[in-house]
Design a protein around this ligand. Structure first.
Ligand code: PLP
Length: 396
């Protein structure tokens, strides 16, 4: 028996399996089913991205790879709409980029205002607490955008707050918050804005420089339509000043941006920090290329237009939206289910009969809503039509 103990978790004795060493069944190659991904992410990946990722691996310091990194940085700057020099993909999923941003900007006893209107606002709070910050929470109901007036009030009560953190696109509920207004409030109170753009980047308007956003992170598996596992981030000048004038070192060596920039900084001279996920970065480069071949603003309006078509169809099926119309995310459609419906077998039928993945509700909405993603390559008229046909069929 193996015994794993942790200060925070009870883990039962686990029997050690010897089956894997017996070699009676040689392993078979894994062949994934062909799904249509309309959940809260990942979204469908374009064949060009998959083909890019299948190219030969080269060294992460190869001059050819350095050229690719420069291109990725430029494409990310275009996508975030920023000139920030510190713009790069963190090697890890959205939560890694998120934790890296908090770890770089917060020091123990700093006060941070965190807007909590869903699962990911809650995660921001948990990360801030672990870093020893004093957390002031601005609560809004799940399914609503962040209320800017409550944020103003929180700054009045806590003028010492150094950071304001909020989620632009709350994937757990489908609510879109007004990032421009919220970043403006932080600036007026001489605090840094730290924005979660995991689900918004590429799908909704986002203007890092024009809106005065200081620090931002995203993920690759939503509207960028890449496989999961990378987290684009960007830090502006004010965030860099905070990072460079810290009294304490960033607690995490891996996430310390002042060290990672030796690798992701500008110019041909790059030095080893960690071994970058080379093939994943080929994929990100191709996905960003596809996005800018379409045009960023075209992508935003495609999400809006197809969301309107999906919404009209879902409402015809009798499904009501969770979020009021003017606070709705086009790329995440949260609809209420009829009371008492056992939704899990229906989602299984969508998968088995239509190869269609949609998302269940989380937290207080578990069993009560469905979350239908229209993200990136999964945001096409064919996706909308399949979804309406499939959902209509299982609800009949
Ligand atoms: N923030 C938001 C708004 C998200 O939707 C997600 C993932 O769904 C995350 C953060 C975390 O990203 P990841 O699951 O890639 O770690």
């Amino acid at each position: 028996h193996l015994r794993f103990t942790s200060q925070f978790h009870d883990v039962e004795d686990a029997p050690v399996s010897h089956a894997a060493t017996a070699n009676s069944n040689p392993p078979a190659a894994f062949v994934p089913p062909r799904r249509v991904l309309m959940g809260p992410g990942p979204s469908d990946v374009h064949p060009r991205v998959l083909a890019a990722m299948a190219q030969p691996t080269i060294g992460h310091l190869d001059p050819a790879f350095i050229g690719l990194m420069d291109d990725i940085k430029r494409l990310l700057q275009l996508t975030f709409r920023t000139r920030n020099e510190l713009t790069m993909p963190v090697s890890g999923p959205g939560s890694a980029g998120m934790e890296a941003c908090f770890a770089n900007l917060l020091e123990p006893d700093d006060t941070i205002i965190v807007c909590d209107n869903g699962v990911f606002g809650g995660r921001m709070r948990a990360m801030s607490e672990r870093l020893g910050a004093k957390v002031v929470t601005v609560k809004d109901p799940w399914g609503r955008a962040v209320d800017p007036q409550k944020v103003e009030d929180a700054f009045k009560a806590h003028p010492e707050a150094k950071v304001l953190a909020f989620v632009q696109a709350e994937t757990s509920t489908g609510a879109l918050s007004d990032a421009k207004t919220l970043a403006g409030i932080a600036q007026r109170h001489d605090a840094l804005s730290l924005v979660d753009a995991v689900t918004s980047l590429g799908g909704s308007q986002l203007e890092v420089d024009d809106w005065g956003i200081d620090a931002i992170y995203s993920g690759t598996q939503k509207c960028l339509s890449c496989p999961p596992g990378l987290s684009p981030v960007s830090f502006g000048q004010r965030a860099l000043v905070k990072l460079m004038s810290r009294k304490t070192p960033v607690r995490s060596w891996f996430m310390d941006f002042s060290l990672v920039t030796a690798y992701w900084g500008s110019g041909a001279k790059r030095s080893y920090h960690h071994t970058a996920p080379v093939n994943a970065l080929y994929g990100l480069h191709e996905a960003l290329t596809l996005l800018h071949e379409e045009g960023l603003e075209h992508s935003w309006s495609r999400h809006q237009k197809l969301h309107a078509e999906l919404a009209a169809g879902l409402e015809k099926l009798g499904l009501e939206y969770l979020v009021p119309k003017d606070e709705r995310l086009p790329q995440l459609n949260a609809v209420k289910l009829p009371e008492g419906l056992n939704e899990e077998p229906l989602r299984r039928r969508l998968l088995e009969e239509f190869e269609l993945e949609i998302g269940a509700g989380l937290g207080e909405f578990a069993g009560k809503i469905w979350r239908i993603g229209l993200m990136g390559q999964s945001c096409t008229r064919q996706h909308v039509e399949l979804c309406l046909r499939a959902v209509g069929s299982v609800l009949r």
